[in-house]
Design a protein around this ligand. Structure first.
Ligand code: FAD
Length: 391
């Protein structure tokens, strides 16, 4: 399938790319899981995006957004990811804010939406627990009623960016006797309050991206309950719908592939000819480009459905399954193509492409785990897509 963008969408893409071209190089290629300095620069870009109105591109106009089409939002994400520009705010603008628009009280919207729109706050997501991941509804973190407050005890794990976050949205069990989906509530808290302790977890690429967050009798005002008590599962599910789109993956893969094609054209192999003239290398590059194009097509389809008010489910699972495997495949091939140089980390004086292929190969192992593992996505495709019986 081929997607035609409207003239307005093409114009937006051109404006965005021009802005990116003019952005200081210091801001490009930064990882938000990087140093404190990188993070500070990411926040500067976030505020620039807020000033342009692009941070809240997809928010309805009544909440101060641009009311942009899904396709415009897709173009934004695609170009930002392709050009490795930091500053987007997945947890605040993309997940929590639209959820508060649906389930929050007027007071909660007034309190929480403006700082998110200005790029002034960082949220994190406390869903997973040490014994609850794919089967999220089995979560055990307990919130006990204490008048105007809940008293929360337990722990959350794999909490991305918790060490940078000033706020957390999270799920707790408010009724331990109810069936598991019916005793869950959705709460908001600042992270810098008595009883919350954040411990780093370092991933195998050596980066500090996620954490374990311990709650020890943390007092959370009842005004911070989103939706009804014990009905938090539905709030959580709404939020997860906003989490899925899938265009990030082919955009990231395209960027890496373009770098590898340029490398193959410039680097001579053992035959003395450029690697790009080696038939096997050419075939692999073409295969990967086809994979990128078809995965991008699925992501556009997901966005197109959302734009028409339909709720993609098997399509979103396809976009995630194909996209995450694609990103892994491209970087694995990249490490192979670089030969012995492929084993060098960023910063090594002999590394090629600044060691990004190995760093990304290690970092993207997580892609088929977070936001619903590949096995869970395949279960969805099997049951809702192919109509197969539950296993
Ligand atoms: C980089 C990264 C960032 C993350 N960030 C966050 C975050 O910010 N906030 C947050 O709350 N969580 C976060 N997570 C956690 C993530 O959501 C969970 O890791 C994920 O849901 C899987 O849960 P689990 O790790 O407990 O694995 P499990 O659910 O224990 O799964 C273990 C294995 O069993 C398979 N499996 C499980 N159930 C089934 C089934 N029914 N059928 C077939 N196979 C099955 C899984 O696919 C997996 O291979 C993050 C994870 C990663 C890797």
């Amino acid at each position: 399938m081929r997607y035609e963008f409207t003239a307005e969408e093409e114009q937006f893409r051109a404006e965005l790319v021009e802005w990116i071209d003019e952005l200081d190089d210091d801001y490009k290629g930064l990882s938000e899981a990087g140093s404190d300095d990188d993070w500070a620069k990411s926040l500067e870009v976030r505020r620039m995006l807020a000033d342009k109105g692009w941070l809240t591109l997809h928010w309805p106009v009544e909440y101060g957004g641009q009311g942009a089409s899904m396709m415009k939002q897709v173009i934004f994400t695609e170009e930002m990811v392709y050009h490795s520009i930091p500053g987007r705010d997945g947890f605040g603008t993309r997940m929590l804010a639209p959820t508060l628009m649906v389930h929050g009280t007027e007071e909660q919207r007034k309190e929480y939406l403006p700082p998110i729109a200005r790029g002034d706050v960082q949220w994190c997501q406390g869903y997973s627990e040490p014994d609850s991941g794919s089967d999220l509804a089995s979560l055990q973190m307990r919130a006990v009623d204490d008048g105007d407050h809940y008293v929360v005890t337990g722990s959350k794990i794999w909490t991305s960016q918790a060490h940078r976050a000033d706020h957390i949205f999270f799920l707790v069990r408010t009724d331990p006797d109810a069936p598991k989906h019916r005793g869950i509530s959705f709460l908001l808290s600042e992270t810098n309050v008595p009883g919350i302790r954040i411990e780093p977890i370092i991933n195998m690429a050596g980066h500090h991206q996620f954490n374990q967050v311990f709650f020890d009798e943390v007092r959370v005002p009842k005004a911070n309950l989103v939706g009804e008590e014990n009905r938090g599962w539905y709030v959580a599910a709404t939020l997860l719908d906003f989490e899925r789109s899938g265009i990030d993956y082919p955009a990231q893969a395209q960027r890496a592939l373009d770098e590898l094609i340029a490398y193959a054209k410039g680097m001579k192999g053992v035959t003395g000819l450029p690697l790009s003239e080696d038939p096997d290398t050419r075939r692999r590059l073409v295969d990967l480009q086809i994979q990128v194009d078809s995965t991008r097509g699925v992501a556009y389809e997901v966005a197109d459905m959302q734009g028409r008010g339909e709720i993609p489910n098997k399509e979103a699972s396809m976009a995630k399954t194909l996209g995450t495997r694609l990103v892994q495949d491209v970087h694995r091939f990249g490490v192979d193509l670089l030969g012995m140089y492929g084993q060098l980390r960023p910063g090594s004086y002999l590394s090629q492409l600044d060691g990004r292929m190995l760093d990304a190969q290690l970092g993207t192992v997580a892609y088929t785990i977070f936001a619903g593992t590949t096995e869970i996505q395949k279960n969805i495709i099997a049951t809702r897509g192919l109509g197969l019986p539950r296993g």
